[in-house]
Design a protein around this ligand. Structure first.
Ligand code: ZN
Length: 195
């Protein structure tokens, strides 16, 4: 639990403890305003496979990558921007290019699991512990329709699983303990009241 994740580092994540540069904070808030948040039924809807690998898909990948960066997230699923098709972007290393997975399928998960705190760009103010396999193998296509196979471990595996969950209408609230879910729901209600 020392490490934090989110679509996240705190996976789709929470901002760092130190205050953000005001420009960065403004960009983040503008990005978050474009991301669907808890209570929006689209987040509970299963996305459909992508059929066409055309320029508009590639534009969408680029837009999602920018949005994820601006939101200071490490992953983003199309569902979170209201597009119900199976597309996700992620980047777990600052210097790496944004990776896009289209029609991703987790074809293998290792037996070893690890619990870690996750946040979600669609659930501001929530961090819950989620137990997930440490190693996964994922089959997908890239934005040109080429088949790709990824062996992922650790943070990368966690982010991919978090985003694939989004494509199935599953949220971290569904993957944590009853106690943590209760506490998270309380915080979400509080945030709603404050807004
Ligand atoms: Zn998320």
């Amino acid at each position: 639990m020392s490490e934090q994740l989110a679509d996240t580092p705190a996976i789709e994540s929470e901002p760092e403890e130190e205050p953000l540069d005001p420009e960065v904070a403004a960009r983040r808030n503008a990005a978050l305003a474009q991301i669907r948040s808890f209570g929006d039924p689209v987040l509970r809807t299963k996305a459909r496979p992508v059929q066409r690998f055309d320029d508009s898909l590639r534009e969408e990948v680029a837009r999602m990558g920018e949005l994820m960066d601006d939101a200071l997230g490490v992953g983003l699923a199309a569902t979170q921007v209201g597009a119900l098709h199976r597309l996700l972007v992620y980047r777990v290393q600052r210097e790496a290019p944004v990776a896009a997975l289209i029609n991703p399928e987790i074809v293998w998960s290792g037996k070893e699991t690890e619990a870690m705190e996750e946040g979600c760009l669609s659930l501001p103010s929530v961090l819950v512990e989620v137990d997930r396999p440490v190693h996964v193998r994922v089959q997908a296509r890239d934005e040109h329709g080429e088949p790709i196979m990824i062996e992922a471990s650790g943070l990368e595996a966690r982010v991919i699983q978090h985003e694939v969950d989004h494509l199935d209408g599953v949220l971290i609230l569904d993957r944590t303990t009853r106690e943590q879910r209760k506490e998270a729901m309380r915080r979400l209600r509080e945030a709603e009241t404050a807004a």
